[in-house]
Design a binder for this molecule. Structure first.
Ligand code: AMP
Length: 192
């Protein structure tokens, strides 16, 4: 089984690219942000719990997020592998993911970060907010909060996987196809 973490700040294009890469490489795409939004739309207890954190641009607590992620992975016993998008976002989540995969005899093959400057991120998310219907995409202070949370709580996950030389960075600027081309090239290298 092959497992890739698609990493990077909010608005760096992880979701768009993960959908294309999952299709091209036969992997299952799991986005914890999408899972939380689905739960919120259906007003489940999990969705109600996540809502307040998401609206403020804060992270949903680890135990809630890790439990949801584990359930999703378990629901795909036949998968060739996974692209994790928006997870792990803390070192505790990364350790839980590693343990869960190790229990199945698997591991993370690579973490690939999309590098996009802050001001470009703010511009992209505000543009996405016009059609996404996401409250957290429509308020610049919430967007900046999400960027701060990424730097303080999520960036350390890059260093965590870098200790095992698994972290890579790709330029996340240019057209969707250009970025997909760069990512595909790296996928071919790390998936052998
Ligand atoms: P995203 O769609 O990945 O930008 O996620 C939207 C929001 O969902 C985040 O701002 C968090 O509030 C929450 N969220 C998504 N993934 C995680 C995660 N791995 N850990 C904690 N909170 C998360």
């Amino acid at each position: 089984m092959k497992n890739i973490i698609l990493f990077g700040p909010p608005g760096s294009g992880k979701g768009t690219q993960a959908v294309k890469l999952a299709e091209a490489f036969g992997l299952v795409h799991i986005s914890t942000g999408d899972l939380f939004r689905y739960e919120m739309k259906n007003k489940t207890p999990l969705g109600q719990k996540a809502k307040a954190y998401m609206e403020k641009g804060q992270l949903v607590p680890d135990e809630v997020t890790i439990g949801m992620l584990n359930n999703k992975v378990e629901s795909h016993p036949q998968a060739n592998g996974f692209i994790f998008d928006g997870f792990p976002r803390t070192v505790a989540q990364a350790k839980a993911l590693d343990e869960m995969l190790a229990a199945k005899g698997h591991s993370i093959n690579a973490l690939i970060a999309l590098d996009v400057p802050d001001e470009e991120i703010v511009k992209r998310i505000l543009l996405r907010g016009k059609t996404s219907g996401r409250p957290d995409d429509n308020d610049e202070s919430v967007i900046r909060k999400r960027i701060d949370v990424y730097k303080s709580q999520t960036q350390p996950v890059y260093d965590y996987y870098d200790q095992n030389c698994k972290s890579h960075t790709i330029l996340g600027m240019g057209s969707i196809e250009e970025i997909f081309g760069r990512l595909s090239e790296l996928f071919r290298e790390v998936l052998v």
